[in-house]
Ligand binder design. Structure first.
Ligand code: GLA
Length: 370
């Protein structure tokens, strides 16, 4: 991993540590293509490491209330481990984040059959989704941000989807400890598109504890209940009086074992929340807080939904970065996106992108302390 380490770009401002840098090192080979690891650093010392394999955020550090930066995401040290088996650690998910029932949908009178890879359903783009391809990468030079632009051309028919889809994802790290993710796409045939980031967060720092004491706030009065295969039934159910009410910051573990049918289906939380006042503009819609370390993460998004997954399938069988064992609920995902299975639910906000349209969405993860 230390092979070919060099500085690509470096902006120096006045004063000590006032530097935004991006460095590139080799991470390995996949499909005959070179995967690199790009290290973005801001003037506070916050570090984000991204590989162009799957657009994966491999490391993300944030300060605790004593100013100590530690890694707050799950992942692997080596590319080979990502290639062998990864539950979408830190990846870009596409062409469609989350499930499409039986991998089927009808669009403009044509029925499409996608790859099925999750019981009867299609999950996270199929067998080889955007998390398992090598993207082209290009650092972008800006004064107050350090950015990495990733691009990928998803060919017509890939995993069963119609149309050649040109995708770009831009990661930006600011000097305000914000990680911005912008997603762009254009197509030459109508197709569903729903891109998201599948980071597993644990604000304790290097997974010192599980995530059950993290306090979560979600600005949502409704969620979308699911069937036993985690496909939304179509109902928008009020969170009021249920374990899905996070309108006041609440410890994730407080109700996770309640005798609730929805929690049983998800083996915990694995659901989509219907974000309030989602009108396509960027809004503060969720926040996560670890009371012990003081780390606080706010999520701004323009998306209508948030999939909160409480790491229910982590079972201690994965050994991650630095030999840390990822036990049950040692990481959680907060995936900003459209609702699962929208192509089969005309009543949900549309996920169909047509030729001539520009798909553009933005999410910001902002780190601070409380
Ligand atoms: C999403 C899904 C979960 C699970 C994880 C990855 O959050 O909704 O059911 O597939 O990804 O394990």
């Amino acid at each position: 991993m230390s092979l070919g380490f060099f500085v690509l770009w470096n902006v120096s401002c006045s004063g000590k540590h006032k530097t935004l840098t991006i460095k590139k090192e080799r991470f390995g080979m996949f499909d005959g293509k070179q995967a690199n690891l790009y290290t973005l650093t801001n003037d506070k010392g916050m570090v984000v490491k991204i590989t162009n394999y799957g657009g994966i955020i491999q490391t993300l550090t944030a300060p605790d209330r004593n100013g100590k930066f530690e890694d707050v995401v799950l992942g692997y040290d080596r590319l080979d481990d990502y290639l062998k088996d990864s539950p979408y650690f830190g990846a870009i998910v596409g062409r469609y984040g989350n499930r499409i029932a039986r991998g089927r949908f009808t669009l403009d009178g044509v029925q499409y059959q996608l790859a099925t890879n999750n019981g009867p359903n299609h999950l996270h783009g199929g067998i080889k989704g955007f998390d398992k391809v090598v993207w082209s990468a290009e650092p972008i030079h800006e004064k107050d941000k350090v950015r990495l632009k990733l691009t990928y051309l998803s060919p017509d028919g890939e995993e069963g989807y119609p149309g050649n889809l040109k995708v770009a994802v831009i990661y930006s790290l600011t000097n305000h400890n914000e990680l911005e993710i912008e997603y762009f796409a254009q197509t030459d045939k109508a197709t569903p598109v729903n891109l998201t980031h599948h980071g597993y967060f644990n604000l304790t720092g290097h997974c010192k504890r599980d995530i059950l004491e993290h306090q979560l706030w979600i600005n949502a009065d409704y969620f979308t209940p699911v069937d036993s295969t985690l496909i939304p039934t179509g109902e928008l159910r009020p969170v009021e009086g249920t374990p899905f009410d996070f309108r006041q910051p609440t410890a994730i573990g407080a109700r996770i074992n309640d005798p609730d049918e929805q929690l049983k289906y998800g083996r915990g939380y694995d659901h989509n929340w219907v974000l309030n006042q989602a009108d396509g503009t960027l809004k503060l819609q969720a926040a996560l807080y670890d009371p012990q370390s003081g780390r606080y993460m706010q999520i701004y998004t323009d998306q209508p939904g948030l999939q909160f997954y409480s790491g229910n399938f982590l079972d201690g069988s994965i050994v991650g970065k630095g030999g840390v064992v990822y036990k049950h609920r040692y990481g959680l995902c907060l995936e900003t996106q459209h609702f699962p299975d929208s192509p089969n639910h005309p009543e949900f906000p549309s996920t169909i992108l047509r030729p001539g349209e520009q798909y553009h969405t933005k999410t910001i993860y902002k780190f601070s302390i409380k």
